[in-house]
Design a protein around this ligand. Structure first.
Ligand SMILES: C[S@@+](CC[C@H](N)C(=O)[O-])C[C@H]1O[C@@H](n2cnc3c(N)ncnc32)[C@H](O)[C@@H]1O
Length: 274
């Protein structure tokens, strides 16, 4: 029998997670989180948390948005810590935490009590990670703003959201990574946050970043690959998992003249502190 030092999964569940891609079409979002322009599904983050930690482990999301990671921590018996810049989304996250159903704590989390496992949502700038006095972290998973793409006018989804009175960008705050116009500066600042995450992670703990390569005004900015390269100098870069969506409407970009993909996949980039 192989000793499992990483998680509490059976060999069967472990091997299932080892496939390098998965298809997940997020369920329609509930009203309380619809206001946020780009959240990731709790089911997705829960599977990563269950692979990269054991019950009771401490999980950090430094750009927590509506708190999906923290809800996944409640469901899986881990201790979630989130940092979020926007007061508005932090409020949504706190309300969701208050209303979340708790699983049977005894069975799922090694006898830890609800109060020990209660998530913590901190409001502020992830650049100042060291100011939050965080404990040692067993795993970090997050999804940063995809550069300033939400500020690019003209996309149909953006028009539809504006019409419905929903947010089309995260905030007007100049500390918001989604408001940095220069790609190089954006990359540098995101990398500097993960360098600070490296300081609080336990030795041999993992970091997962969910991100996409970006297409802006006909030019490709390979954000996922750039992060792989830059963060591979701080962490050990491990294999990615590719998240595919196959429920999106195809558009005839470039038809008859050029190759332009309908990009329906995200990279879940995995790094390890070694
Ligand atoms: C892609 S969203 C994360 C969504 C989240 N995973 C969820 O499921 O709701 C990125 C988040 O980063 C936040 N953010 C932007 N700049 C930040 C900063 N400097 N510090 C902390 N959070 C920031 C945004 O407000 C936004 O909620």
């Amino acid at each position: 029998m192989i000793k499992n030092r990483l998680n509490d999964l059976s060999s069967k569940d472990w091997i299932k997670f080892q496939k390098s891609w998965f298809v997940l079409n997020p369920a329609p979002r509930q009203k309380d989180v619809l206001v946020h322009p780009a959240k990731f599904p709790e089911k997705l983050v829960e599977e990563f948390i269950k692979f990269f930690t054991k019950s009771g482990g401490v999980v950090l999301d430094p750009m927590a948005g509506t708190g999906s990671t923290l809800l996944a921590c409640i469901a899986s018996g881990r201790v979630g810590i989130g940092i979020e810049l926007s007061e508005k989304y932090a409020k949504v996250a706190k309300r969701r935490i208050d209303e979340a159903p708790w699983p049977d704590a005894g069975a799922k989390s090694g006898e830890r009590t609800k109060s020990e496992l209660s998530p913590l949502l901190l409001e502020g700038d992830a650049r100042e990670l060291e100011r939050f006095d965080l404990p040692e972290i067993d795993y970090c998973i997050t999804s940063p703003p995809y550069w300033d793409m939400l500020n690019v006018k003209g996309a149909k989804t953006q028009r539809d959201r504006a019409k419905a009175g929903l947010d089309v960008s995260y905030s007007q705050d100049e500390r918001d990574f989604g408001n940095i116009e220069d790609y190089g500066k954006f990359l540098d600042e995101i990398v500097s946050v993960f360098a600070k995450v490296h300081d609080v992670l336990k030795e041999r703990a993992y970091l997962t970043i969910i991100v996409k390569n970006i297409k802006k005004k006909g030019k490709i900015y390979p954000l996922a690959w750039d992060l792989g390269k830059r963060l591979g100098e701080i962490f050990a870069l491990k294999d990615e998992k590719i998240w595919c969506q196959d429920d999106q409407r195809l558009a005839p970009f470039g038809m008859g003249s050029a190759w332009v993909s309908n990009t329906f996949h995200h990279y879940c980039l995995n790094f390890r502190k070694e």
